[in-house]
Ligand binder design. Structure first.
Ligand code: PAF
Length: 280
């Protein structure tokens, strides 16, 4: 497995490969969910392909009061996980390498980005799209693999790829969870033991809403109400949003159907957790 910190190094190594290039963009602090992304990338790439993992805590997707400075940086452990998952190259640039002092070009997706997390975190998806487009330009992958936990991110990047005619196929993999249902996230490590004990309520609420839908409840307001009720049983939970929306446009719906996603963001202390469930 090779490691490079420079854009020129990454370009050179990627250009030298004959097989398909599969990219897994990450911000590091890798966990079993990322490992599943890397293994999927390895399967897609096949024995002759080239699997690239980018590890870059992207400053432009953090708001002024968010956790950029304390975001976990665990490069040695990340390197070991990548090696175990069959990764060929880690691209681990510095912020200065990615964003020279006079950097002034950003990518704005203006529809899907404005809802849900985009409404709570203004500028977040602008930062995500900008860095992902840069990664696509540097690595030139045939395929990029993302996790469904970041459902909106997948939708926004899908829109960017379509709108800008990028010759890249996107693949997603299901959310990897702890045994009690909590979606794996690099931010779970911020939770206190009490918050951690209450955090699986989110998954429970989403599953109960899906069960209600299957039992015939299609009114979005009622599904939302059920979720709010269950989440409110966790005294440390503070809801940012719960939305019942179309799974591609992410526009809120009045009546749920099989194309509906329910997505939520909930604070436990300062830690903001997201999760979602597709009703299909
Ligand atoms: O999902 C993430 O870890 C980040 O948003 C991404 C896609 C690597 C861009 O920084």
């Amino acid at each position: 497995m090779k490691i490079t910190r420079t854009i020129s190094g990454a370009r050179r190594l990627c250009k030298a490969t004959a097989g398909p290039i599969v990219l897994v963009p990450t911000m590091g602090a890798l966990h079993a969910g990322h490992e599943a992304l890397c293994r999927q990338a390895r399967r897609i790439a096949g024995p002759n392909g080239f699997v690239v993992v980018s590890i870059f805590v992207n400053p432009t997707q953090f708001g002024p009061n968010e956790d950029l400075a304390k975001y976990p940086r665990t490069f040695d452990a990340d390197r070991a996980r990548c090696a175990a998952a069959g990764v060929d190259l880690i691209f681990h640039p510095s912020a200065a390498e990615m964003y020279p002092a006079d950097f002034s070009t950003f990518v704005d997706e203006t529809a899907v980005s404005s809802l849900l997390c985009g409404a709570s975190r203004p500028g977040h998806f602008r930062g995500v799209c900008t860095v992902v487009l840069k990664l696509f330009s540097i690595i030139a992958p045939d395929v990029a693999v993302f996790g469904e936990k970041d459902f909106q991110q997948c939708a926004v990047i899908g829109r960017m790829v379509r709108d800008l005619d990028l010759p890249i196929r996107l693949r997603t993999i299901p959310t990897v969870r702890e045994s009690d249902g909590l979606a794996l996230s690099s931010r779970n490590r911020y939770l206190t033991p009490e918050e951690r004990a209450q955090a699986p309520t989110l998954r429970r609420a989403l599953l109960e809403a899906k069960a209600a839908f299957r039992a015939g409840e299609t009114r979005a307001a009622q599904l939302r109400k059920r979720i709010l009720k269950i989440v409110s049983t966790a005294p440390l939970a503070r809801i940012d949003y719960v939305e019942v929306a179309h799974s591609q446009s992410l526009q809120p719906v009045r009546l749920a159907d099989r194309a509906t996603v329910i997505a939520l963001a909930v604070f436990f202390g300062k830690t903001r957790l997201i999760d979602n469930i597709l009703l299909k």
